[in-house]
Ligand binder design. Structure first.
Ligand SMILES: [Zn+2]
Length: 402
């Protein structure tokens, strides 16, 4: 298993699939097709019949049950890497039998003093960047692990398994990559994204999320004649900020605590604009947070005139737990698969969203599994090969007929 997994992984991370936020195309960058076509080829080499959606860059494939199972389980991984940091010319470094000491790369050091998980990986095989790019373990670790699971069932045809469906998809990092995905047609009982970090995690709670745009109109009058007339939109913006609960800021929250995050603020006397994101795992508290923005706007409009502050709130995604709680069999199955390997499953509330949140909300329960990757979205990104191998074993256990 070792070499197959590593070979897939090294091949995939070398293919540049950076997505872009400043694009109107689907997918956001055409180079994501380079990996999609490579995956189609590798799936065909396994004797499978993959499909490539040429419009949306979705690679899908099925491995039918060899024991007439009536259960169909889906596995998703995304092909793109983060737009914020280069994914071009990825030059993976393999460190065998890691000695637990700082790892010097070009211009940066992976230092155990800064990354507390590193000492635990002593003796393991690490795969790092060369310091100049992301690694793309997020999520090519997930892609390679799913491919290796398929490879296992094809080369071990006597091991009974359920119907397996896989989907490799674009643009997770910019959101919306699954907008055109045919969830009904994919036709699974439930699915998993293989896109987390900690290899034995199973995550099924994410934020409820909304964006909030605040437009403030002032009354711009020559400051010499402003008495009792001027409304300074920039100051009204600051007043707005001061009326929000300071305990609901990302820098003072963790775990299940939600937040309102001020992403941007700009203004002159005549007008000002703020962008917030609103996050909470709890639907009731989430609604209260959204309402607090409306209440503050109403209060300020009473003070300064009715069209001074305009608040526009848009829901972005919802906590998948709302649906998972109604049918948690996907969580039970993954927990059992992990525990069969003699390890404990861990669960953390995700402080963000996942592709699975979108899928779950639209009818396909899809919790998130770990990958064995670390430090995503920057040059410190790395993966542990032995943990990636454990993930493959977990995927195999999930897909085995039980
Ligand atoms: Zn990811």
């Amino acid at each position: 298993m070792n070499n197959i997994l590593l070979d897939y992984f090294l091949n995939y991370v070398k293919i540049d699939t950076m997505s872009s936020e400043d694009s109107n195309t689907t997918p956001s960058t055409m180079k994501q097709f380079d990996l999609a076509r490579k995956l189609v080829k590798d799936l065909k080499d396994l004797g499978l019949e993959p499909k490539l959606d040429e419009k949306n860059c979705y690679v899908t494939c099925e491995l039918k049950s060899n024991c007439n199972s009536n259960l169909t389980i889906g596995f998703f991984a995304h092909m793109d890497t983060i737009p914020g940091f280069s994914g071009t010319n990825v030059n993976p470094q393999i460190i065998k039998n890691y000695d637990g000491k700082p790892i010097k790369l070009k211009g940066i050091t992976l230092d155990p003093a800064n990354f507390e998980f590193l000492p635990n990986l002593k003796g393991k095989t690490l795969i790092t960047t060369d310091g100049t790019t992301v690694l793309g373990a997020d999520d090519k670790a997930g892609v390679s692990e799913i491919m290796t699971m398929l490879n296992y069932f094809i080369t071990n045809p006597t091991v009974p398994h359920v119907n397996i469906k896989v989907a490799f998809t674009p643009d997770e990092e910019i959101g919306g990559g699954l907008a055109n995905f045919d969830i009904k047609g994919f036709n699974c009982n439930y699915a998993y994204t293989v896109d987390g970090e900690i290899y034995n995690e199973i995550d099924y709670e994410n934020f409820n999320a909304a964006s909030c745009s605040i437009d403030i109109k002032g009354l711009d009058i020559h400051p010499g004649n402003a008495k009792d007339k001027m409304i300074n939109a920039s100051l009204v913006a600051l007043e707005f900020v001061s009326m929000l609960d300071p305990k609901l800021r990302p820098e003072v929250t963790s775990g299940y605590e939600g937040f309102n995050h001020l992403c941007s603020i700009e203004g002159v006397c005549g007008n000002s604009h703020m962008e917030y994101i609103i996050r909470n795992h709890d639907a009731k508290l989430f609604l209260e947070q959204k309402n607090s923005f409306i209440d503050i706007a109403n209060e300020l409009n009473k003070k300064y005139g009715k069209d001074t502050v305009k608040v526009t709130i848009k829901d972005q995604y919802k906590n998948m737990r709302e649906w998972i709680d109604k049918d948690p069999s996907c969580v039970y199955r993954a927990k059992k698969a992990i525990e069969e390997l003699g390890i404990n499953a861990t669960s953390e509330p995700i402080r963000g969203g996942t592709d699975g949140a979108f899928l779950t909300r639209n009818g396909l329960n899809t919790p998130n599994l770990g990958t064995g990757g670390y430090n995503p979205h920057g040059p410190y990104e790395m993966a542990c090969l032995e943990e990636m191998e454990m993930v493959v074993k977990i995927l195999i256990n999930i897909a085995k007929e039980q």
